[in-house]
Design a protein around this ligand. Structure first.
Ligand SMILES: Nc1nc2c(c(=O)[nH]1)N[C@H]1C(S)=C(S)[C@@H](COP(=O)(O)O)O[C@H]1N2
Ligand SMILES: [Mo]
Length: 187
């Protein structure tokens, strides 16, 4: 049997809503997605351009650091790999800061976004994402705790050195691997 629930997690059938701040408004005319930092040339995609990228569907389990896990969620969107394939990444790039609406940001090693399960999702379980779950676009990084899966995502900053994001500055682990129980940073 394959063990699907990381240590210290409880499975929930519901999908809790969890975020800091309020649900941002969405205006497709003003929305853009930017890739900048350690790239040969920064990129800006309009909403229309982003939505024209090839689609991918994944099914994965999600694990929140507050100890709920939801198993077998199907997400539809654009592979993070596909999005990153649109720029020339400098060899110096090792980490990424994921930027979302209202200044939310979260950091992760670039390697997680190049795995084949990392996705920028606009649908979940066969329906458009609801605003509280990140409409119009959220990141999904199944191999890390769910706080790394930024809702209302607007861009990626490639970085040579790691830098803590919002929750990471507020006590959460710098990496956040649920299988290693990397929940909080050492006091
Ligand atoms: N923009 C943004 N994304 C965010 C957060 C947030 O506060 N702001 N919270 C994170 C946390 S802690 C979790 S557990 C998940 C929750 O996603 P859900 O509400 O779709 O379950 O979103 C993550 N993405
Ligand atoms: Mo979370």
């Amino acid at each position: 049997m394959v063990i699907r629930v990381p240590p210290g997690q409880r499975v929930t059938e519901k999908w809790p809503v969890l975020h800091y701040g309020s649900i941002p408004p969405f205006d497709p005319q003003r929305w853009d997605f930017r890739i900048f930092g350690e790239v040969e040339e920064p990129l800006r995609l309009s909403y229309e351009e982003f939505m024209a990228l090839p689609k991918k569907v994944i099914t994965c389990d999600i694990h929140c650091v507050t100890r709920w896990s939801r198993l077998g969620v199907t997400f539809e969107g654009v592979a993070a790999r596909t999005v990153l394939g649109l720029v020339k990444i400098k060899p110096s790039a090792q980490y990424v800061m994921v930027h979302a609406e209202q200044g939310y940001e979260t950091n992760l090693p670039l390697s997680y976004l190049l795995e084949d399960d990392a996705l920028f999702a606009y649908r979940a379980d066969g329906k458009d994402l609801t605003p509280e779950h990140g409409w119009p676009l959220r990141l999904v990084v199944p191999k890390l705790y769910f706080w790394k899966s930024a809702k209302w995502v607007r861009g990626l900053e490639l970085m040579a050195h790691d830098r803590p994001g919002f929750w990471e500055r507020n006590g959460y682990h710098i990496r956040g691997d649920p299988w290693q129980e990397e929940r909080y940073s050492e006091p």
